[in-house]
Design a protein around this ligand. Structure first.
Ligand code: ADP
Ligand code: MG
Length: 297
């Protein structure tokens, strides 16, 4: 095997437990490497999405395995948000297949994804600023009072407040009071509420689109801690970020999108910022590697 190819193949993550994980798009390069027996939580192949004449996603492959944090990286316009909206049922793909725990799925709307335990924290957070923290965590999933009051649609605010407090404390993101309205919170606290909501219902996969984009250093560190908390529960996370050191701090694996294509999947422990930047900018690509291989004869 040529040296360059060997280097790429070496970048394929083989986690400490010895379970092989494939490189989604560079799979040509590692053909023959066994897929192993670990069931992926998410298995996306050949995802295509068009907006009119714009080809937002040209070909995306992505796998997410139990308990791993995958950082999804790529330049502006690479297709990260579009991909995430497909995975969470906001958009429907124009091509390609999605499997969740081995079952083929095609989400008609976000509720279908949520009903499977896939929760997404969008860039705009989708919080209701005038409602309190507890109401935001249970937005669209309000608990009703027991008995006839519940039958009449009365909400069980007390249990929702208690639960919200417990959920935030479990994530180690306590707030002064769950009765505070979201518009009184800092950016980091809002992010924590959105993440707590996702973590409360996301039993299979939690997706976060640029959760640190609007935050300072300390609040970003808190968000990274929250990702760690979710991971420690065994729930996999897809984490979109522009800040490479954050990806290295929190992710087990890095997947790079470029111009609507997934171009590589790298084990974080086996790569570095320079290499990832090269994949993001296109100075390193599968074509380039194939070209080098050709030149070597
Ligand atoms: N709703 C939309 N309508 C038209 N074009 C879109 C829409 N959403 C995204 N795009 C285009 O698709 C491409 C990928 O965008 P996006 O997924 O937002 O990238 P990223 O999140 O990586 O910055 C861009 O060219 C963007 O302009
Ligand atoms: Mg985006």
């Amino acid at each position: 095997m040529p040296a360059v190819l060997a280097a790429v193949a070496a970048a394929v993550r083989t986690p400490p437990d010895g379970l092989p994980i494939t490189v989604p798009c560079a799979s040509k390069l590692v053909a023959g490497k066994g897929r192993g027996f670990l069931q992926s939580v998410l298995h996306a192949r050949g995802i295509i999405k068009r907006f009119g004449s714009i080809l937002a996603l040209a070909h995306v492959d992505l796998d997410v395995y139990p308990g791993e944090v995958v950082a999804l990286l790529g330049d502006n316009g690479a297709g990260k948000s579009t991909l995430i909206k497909i995975l969470s049922g906001v958009y429907r793909q124009d091509g390609g297949t999605l499997h969740i725990e081995g079952q083929p799925v095609r989400f008609a709307d976000p509720m279908e994804a949520r009903s499977l335990g896939i929760e997404t924290v969008y860039q705009d957070l989708a919080l209701a600023p005038h409602l309190d923290i507890a109401s935001n965590i249970f937005l669209g999933r309000e608990s009703l009072r027991k008995g006839w009051l519940g039958a009449l649609g009365f909400l069980d605010r007390r249990s929702m407040r208690e639960d919200a407090g417990v959920k935030l404390a479990q994530l180690k993101a306590p707030v002064k009071s769950v009765r505070q309205t979201v518009d009184q919170l800092s950016g980091g606290q809002r992010q924590a509420v959105a993440i707590a909501r996702a973590a409360s219902f996301g039993t299979k996969l939690i997706i976060m689109d640029e959760p640190t984009a609007a935050l300072g250093v300390e609040e970003s560190a808190k968000v990274l801690d929250l990702v760690g908390e979710i991971k420690s529960r065994g729930i996999p996370v897809i984490f979109v970020t522009h800040t490479l050191p954050f990806a290295f701090a929190v992710a087990d694996r890095i997947v790079v999108l470029r111009l609507g294509r997934s171009v590589v999947s790298l084990a974080t422990a086996e790569t570095n910022i320079n290499e990832v930047v090269q994949w993001i900018t296109g100075s390193k690509s599968v074509d380039h590697i194939a070209e080098l291989q050709g030149h070597r004869g």
